[in-house]
Ligand binder design. Structure first.
Ligand code: KG4
Ligand code: ZN
Length: 342
């Protein structure tokens, strides 16, 4: 079965072709980062318009790479939510139009399920069951994953997501959007011990996270340093923020692993690209014999491959999940827990 995957939930337009017999056959992506940079964040209306311009050429490119014709596509998977409503509608609309033209079914994919299956695209994919740390721009969750589609939420953020903590701290330090990678680059030149930042909820008995206080603490330090913050202090503060965020993520993941006894830990979502997070998780788990799985860097942030794969897996698990073209709709606030009933 050849599945076309379409991703347009936020600021990346992407298309990919996943073949259940031979794996990923083609993928193409356009990042809108340059366009949104001037505004310091994603402008939803601009995102939607750009998805409209980019999507069809990207689908063609993915087909070219796969050496496949449109008619060979068996099903069309698209990100149904969560995400920006207008942006999601572009992908859903295009998927529906293609589905109608080719007489093929649609499958609406949950964006987070896409992230959760992204490590399966690597050369050494994890086996089920596993514990998952999902860290993206909008979500921070610990999930017990018994098998594909069975997700038990163990903990999540009560306010900002880890990616938001990176992005907001970066903004306060005058770094561009998206801030995570920029903050990580600057942090490499800093001393994390130069500033003491809080580790919210580190010692709370639950598996929830809270990052809003961290952003406020960074703001307080920036203000205390006055308008003319020197380059070294910026780097030190970046290093301290990264250290605090990754400390909390690693500590809670370790606690969740001990509570569930899972022997495999999967990290997914954009923040999973962070080097320090990867190194600290490796130091925490490898000596204990717990296997760690990260998606390849290119599948950490939003992409079409994970949507094509999640769509293919869902269709294989439940053929009745396929919907006729024309029945498209989007769920901007789709809860992962509701995935079976949506
Ligand atoms: O998963 P993703 O691409 O989009 C969402 O579904 O939200 O995640 C984007 C987030 C942003 O907050 C971005 O700053 C963060 O992932 N990010 C990073 C790194 N690369 C991306 N954060 C820290 N270090 C990185 N290297
Ligand atoms: Zn994402």
């Amino acid at each position: 079965m050849l599945v076309l995957g379409i991703e347009t939930s936020c600021d990346e337009t992407a298309a990919a072709l996943y073949d259940t017999a031979s794996g990923l056959r083609g993928h193409a992506l356009h990042s809108q980062v340059d366009m949104h940079q001037a505004y310091g964040g994603v402008v939803p209306e601009l995102a939607s318009r750009d998805h409209i311009r980019r999507l069809l050429p990207l689908v063609r490119l993915a087909l070219q790479q796969a050496g496949a014709r449109r008619g060979e596509i068996d099903a069309i998977a698209y990100t149904r939510g969560p995400g920006l409503a207008g942006a999601l509608l572009v992908g859903a609309g295009m998927a529906s139009a293609l589905g109608a033209a080719l007489d093929r079914p649609l499958i609406g994919v949950h964006h987070l399920e896409g992230h959760l299956v992204s490590p399966l695209l690597s050369a050494d994919p994890p086996r089920y069951p596993y514990l998952a740390l999902l860290v993206s721009g909008g979500h921070t969750m610990l999930l017990d994953v018994e098998e594909f589609g069975r997700y038990v939420l163990l903990g999540e953020t009560v306010d900002d997501a880890a990616g938001e903590a990176f992005d907001k701290s970066a903004k306060l330090l005058g770094l561009g959007y998206p801030g995570g990678p920029a903050l990580a680059r600057l942090a490499a030149f800093g001393n994390p011990e130069a500033f003491e930042l809080p580790r919210p909820k580190l010692h709370s008995p639950d598996l929830d996270f809270s990052f809003a206080g961290l952003k406020t603490a960074v703001l307080t330090r920036v203000r205390a340093l006055g308008g003319n913050i020197c380059e070294q202090s910026r780097a030190d503060l970046a290093a301290a923020a990264q250290e605090a965020i990754t400390d909390v993520l690693v500590h809670k993941t370790r606690r969740a692993q001990q509570a569930t006894g899972r022997q495999r830990v999967v990290v997914a979502g954009g923040v999973g690209a962070n080097r320090q997070l990867r190194d600290k998780l490796a130091a925490a788990f490898e000596p204990a014999g717990v296997r760690l799985h990260f998606p390849d860097l290119e599948w950490c942030t939003d992409n079409g491959a994970m949507i094509a794969l999640a769509g293919a897996m869902r269709l294989q698990a439940d053929p009745s999940a396929a919907r006729p073209a024309g029945a498209f709709d989007v769920l901007p606030r789709w809860d992962l827990g509701a995935i079976a009933s949506a």
